[in-house]
Ligand binder design. Structure first.
Ligand SMILES: [Zn+2]
Ligand SMILES: [Zn+2]
Length: 173
């Protein structure tokens, strides 16, 4: 994999490519790396830490994370389970939950110091090259990087330094 998912092209910088992963840092077009993270308000406990999780509605579930630049206020969509990843791109019939209205998102506070300025790294994981090639041949995707099967987001609090590894750990296939 040597590309960046289409939805992340505007903000994923310093990308590092390995066999089946792409990893990079979120950098705003204004140059800032300090963001307010936005999530749906639902959380769960994982490895003893509070993390955001999917929201359940009568018509399905979904998971959305955005980042708002602390400097210029521009918002970047980091992940929406109804728009991004393997199932939605390659099995579009599974992407129906995109139709559910997204709620007003709320700001994430550091679990340690309660502040809201974070640096963000995103890691996309991919399945076999054959599967991705097949999806391209079938005309389901144009950009192989869009067919990621897993997304991890790690955040670092810029106030107290707390690093939350795999703050998002979401399988899309
Ligand atoms: Zn900015
Ligand atoms: Zn903190």
């Amino acid at each position: 994999m040597n590309n960046i998912p289409t939805h992340a092209k505007d903000y994923l910088n310093n990308a590092h490519y390995a066999d089946n992963i792409i990893e990079g840092q979120v950098v705003c077009s204004c140059g800032s790396i300090s963001f307010c993270l936005l999530y749906s308000g639902t959380t769960t406990i994982y490895n003893g830490y509070k993390i955001p999780c999917s929201i359940e509605t009568d018509t399905g579930s979904f998971f959305v994370i955005k980042a708002r630049c602390r400097k210029c206020k521009k918002e970047h969509l980091l992940f929406d389970s109804g728009l991004h990843g393997w199932d939605v791109k390659v099995c579009p019939e599974l992407g129906k939950n995109v139709m559910i209205p997204r709620p007003e998102l709320i700001e994430w506070e550091c679990v340690k110091c309660k502040q809201g300025e974070h640096a963000i790294k995103i890691l996309f994981c991919y399945g076999s090259e054959e599967d991705v090639t097949e999806a391209i041949e079938e005309g389901l995707i144009d950009n192989p990087a869009d067919a990621f099967e897993w997304i991890y987001i790690t955040i670092e609090c810029l106030t107290c330094g707390l690093v939350s590894e795999k703050w998002v750990d979401y399988e899309t296939a």
